[in-house]
Design a protein around this ligand. Sequence first.
Ligand code: UN1
Length: 510
Amino acid sequence: MKAILKDLGLSDVNSGAGTGTTWLECGGEILKSISPINGQTIGRVQQASRADYEKVISRAEEAFREWRMVPAPRRGDIVREIGNAVRARKKELGALVSLEVGKMRAEAEGEVQEMIDICDFAVGQSRMLYGFSMHSERPRHRMYEQYHPLGPIGVITAFNFPVAVWSWNAMIGLVAGDTVVWKPSSKAALTALALAKIIERVLQENSLPEGILNVVIGSRNEVGERLIADNRLPLVSATGSVAMGRHVGQVVASRLGKSLLELGGNNAVIVSSQADLDLAVRAILFGAVGTAGQRCTTIRRVIAHKEIFNPLTEALIQAYKQVVIGNPLEDGVLMGPLIDGAAVKNMQKGLAELQDQGGRILYGGEILSGGIYDVGTYVTPCICEAQNDYPIVQEETFAPILYLIPYENLAEATQYQNNVPQGLSSAIFTNDLHESEIFLSHMGSDCGIANVNIGTSGAEIGGAFGGEKDTGGGRESGSDAWKTYMRRQTCTINWSGEMPLAQGIEFGVE
Ligand code: UN1
C-alpha cells in the first residue's frame, strides 16, 4: 500500500487544495481515507478551509483569462499529454481506486481507461468546436454562431467513479477553454490528489499558470456550499444522489447559474419471452453485481416476462452463487466491499422495508463475517421478488439489491420501466425487432440511455451520458455534451453600407 502511494506522489498527510501546479498549506480539519477493504487508514488529507477555497477560486478566475486565449487545438495538445501521463500510470492509479473505494481491479482500471478515452476524444473535439452559419434575411449581412469558453467551472463528484466522471467534465471543459475547480467525494480524496499530481507535471512542463485544474477537498460547509453558491462559477456539474442534486440545482438556479446534474438511477432491464436468456443472465450479473451495485447505472430492476420468469430467476441465483466476494485486488474476486458501514446499514434497511412492503428475498443480502469480512463492509448480493410500485422499489438503494418483477405484455413492462421517479438507463433483451423498436420509440423507454441486448451500465464515453426526470437532465462525456461547457454567441455582421432592419421594420427620421 505504502509503495503505491509513494509511487503516485502521495505522503502520509497531503494538502487538500491544489491549483494544478502548487499546493496550499491548508487550514481545515484532517480527513482520513479509510479503505473499505480492510478498514485501514490509507492516508490523510489536510482539508481546505473557507480561506483556502477563496484562494483556489481566485486562481481559477485569473487562470481563465489566460487559458481562454490559448487556441483550442493547443488546449487539446495539453489534454493529449494529460491522457498520456494517465495512460502511463493506469495500473497504479487503478490500484489506488481499488484500495480507496473497493472496486475490483479490472473495473478500477476500466474507469482509468474511461479517462484516457475521454482525453483522446477531447483532443479531437478541440478542433471541432463548431457553430452553425445562417443566411441572414437582410442583404449583405452575415450571420453565424460561435462558442466561447464559459469561465471557471465547478465539478462535484461521487465516490463511485472517482476518476472517470471528473475527467468527462474536466477534459471537455479544458478544451472548451474553461478552468476547473474540482470538489471530489471525501470518500475518494486520495484518488483525486493522485490524479492531480500526475497532471501537475504536464502543467509544469508546459509552463502553464496555476489555476487551470484545481482540486479542493473540504467539508460541505467550508467548501461545498460555497462552491455551489459562488457567482464566479457559471456552471456547476454535480454527480450524486437525487437529494444532493435537488439542493445543488436549487442553489445554482437561484443565482441563475447553469447546473449539469447526473443523479440517481433506477435502471431496469426488460427480459422478454423472445430473449436469449443466457445473454441476459450474463449482462444482468455484471450490471447488478459489478461495482457491488454502486454505479448510478447499476441494474436495480429486472422486469421479466412471466413465461421465462422462473427459469431466469433460477439462472440468476445460480450465477450469484458463483460470485467470489472478497479483496478486490485479488484475482478471481468479482465483488469487493461496499464503500462503508453506513452503506451496509442502508442496504439492510432497504431489505427490511422491502419485506414489510410484501417483497421476498430469494437469495443473498447477508452481511459477511469472519477473516477479512470482519471489517463489516462485505455483503452477499441480493435477489428479491417485488412489485414495481413498492415505495422501496421506487427508490435508488445504492447497494447490490436486484428486484425481479413479472409482466404479461410489453405495454405493461414499459409502464413499469418508466414508472419510477428516475430516468437514467434502461435496456430490453429480445430478439424480436418489433419489441425492441417499440422499446426505443416515443412510446418506449423514457430514459437518457436505452439499450437492446446489453445491460444498463458500462456506457462508452462517445455518447452523451445522463438521464431524465429525477436523474437531473444533464449530459456529459461524448457527443455534443461539450456545448454545456461553452457559451454560445450569435453574431450578425452588416457589410452593406445600409441599415436595413430585420422583420422589414422602417424606423428613422428624415
Ligand atoms: C456513475 O456511476 O456515476 O456507464 C457513472 C457506466 C460508467 C459510468 C457510470 N461508464 O456504468
